[in-house]
Design a protein around this ligand. Structure first.
Ligand code: SAH
Ligand code: SF4
Length: 390
């Protein structure tokens, strides 16, 4: 029998439903009106109602919105979704660190890492871009070309997935394990400030996840011209990836330094809105053996940050396949820390977490590419689907 397909009456595929769960309040209200799901005069009230379900109760299904009438629910389902992105992989390290690889859109794969016992209870390290444009020589992410900026929704989704996994809905649940957010995953957040700021508005909203802005830290490699805007728009805590005290070396480690040198960067840090002893800036300093780890480097660091309310995080270099550096010896790191401590700076040495699942600082990127490579291998090895049907 031959089947002939009549395409003359084929209708175009319906547009994918729009996801409401990463929208700001204003966007949410506008989307409801635009789709003619609610009357303009009801938009604000309905948006608040949705907001509470999405961001306080964490629902991913309109049918759980029990105070929304059946008719309205049907219309919502027709136009919108509140679903999470697909979790491609979930890994748990022997030290309790959890890492998710999420697919938020075709070809857009994002990593987020939850680290227990950091901050007040536990911190989620979120990504702001897929890949990075800034080729810092010690960073694995820097070897992945920029694919694109993440949307606010894609940033918020990382927090939502983590809370699902930790079973932390509704959002006022006592003893939260997710207490802090750090923008230290893939990408340079200050090259995506609009979306980072919108995501921070959403996750700090008191009628939702309600994370205090003081528990949200944005780390930058030094996009000096955006620091003021970051402070005024987000009220987030600031972390600066410093890593060197001389321009010559920093130009090499963090090539962005050629654009904004150390002096310019430090001037912008000193002017960061709200900087005080209670709201210190964190300087991150990766410990690279024989590169930036001498007692002289430590003394220069003290001079450089003098007068700035600061703490200094020493990060043992996390190796990755093909990386150029080695981590400083433990004794060297401790001597370095002692010099900073004597000068009055808190200088915790960041314990490497999640190294066994490549979830530590600077190791992100690999999983999505590795996965694709292994999927390709599997495909090459396995008989093809068509061949199997023969
Ligand atoms: N792009 C931003 C935020 C993401 S990187 C920034 O550079 O600040 C987060 C932190 O991990 C930065 O301090 C970065 O310098 C550090 N890092 C990158 N690669 C690392 C590695 N291999 N080992 C240890 N820390 C690393
Ligand atoms: Fe990009 Fe930060 Fe890595 Fe530098 S350290 S390449 S800015 S993610």
């Amino acid at each position: 029998m031959t089947l002939t397909l009549d395409l003359s009456r084929a209708t175009p595929a319906p547009a994918a439903p729009v996801n409401l769960s990463g929208m700001t309040r204003a966007e949410l209200a506008a989307a409801l009106v635009e789709a003619e799901v609610v009357e303009p005069r009801q938009a604000k009230m309905r948006a608040s109602q949705m907001w509470r379900w999405i961001h306080h109760f964490g629902v991913t299904d309109f049918d759980r919105m029990t105070d929304v009438g059946k008719d309205l629910r049907a219309k919502l389902i027709e136009h919108f979704t509140v679903a999470r992105p697909e979790i491609i992989e979930r890994q748990v390290s022997s030290d309790g660190t959890r890492k998710w690889l999420l697919r938020t859109a075709p070809g857009i794969e994002v990593e987020a890492v939850y680290i227990p016992d950091v901050g007040r209870a536990g911190a989620l390290c979120v990504s702001s871009q897929v890949g990075c444009t800034l080729n810092c020589t010690f960073c694995h992410t820097g070897t992945q070309p920029l694919v694109r900026n993440l949307t606010a929704a894609e940033i918020v989704a990382q927090v939502q997935v983590c809370r699902d996994d930790l079973e932390e809905w509704p959002s006022d649940k006592a003893d939260r394990r997710l207490s802090n957010i750090v923008f230290m995953g893939m990408g340079e957040p200050l090259y995506n400030l609009d979306n980072v700021a919108a995501a921070i508005d959403i996750i700090s909203d008191n009628e939702g996840i309600g994370l205090s802005r003081r528990r949200i830290t944005v780390s930058t490699s030094g996009v000096t011209t955006q620091l003021q805007a970051l402070g005024t728009r987000t009220g987030a805590m600031l972390a600066i990836s410093l890593h060197a005290t001389r321009n010559e070396l920093r130009n090499e480690l963090v090539p962005l330094n050629k654009k904004y040198d150390i002096a310019e960067l430090m001037a912008a840090v000193r002017a960061y809105p709200g900087l005080s002893n209670a709201r210190r800036v964190t300087f991150e300093y990766v410990m690279l053996k024989g590169v930036n780890d001498t007692p002289q480097d430590a003394r220069e660091l003290v001079q450089l940050v003098k007068g700035i309310p600061a703490k200094i995080n020493l990060i043992p270099y996390n190796p990755w396949p093909g990386g150029l550096y080695e981590c400083s010896d433990w004794g060297t790191i401790e001597s370095f820390a002692a010099i900073l401590n004597r000068a009055g700076y808190a200088s915790p040495i960041r314990t490497p977490r999640g190294r066994d699942i490549l979830a530590a600082c600077g190791q992100l990127k690999s999983e999505s590419e590795k996965l694709r490579a292994s999927a390709r291998r599997k495909l090459a090895e396995a008989p093809s689907a068509e061949a199997a049907q023969d």
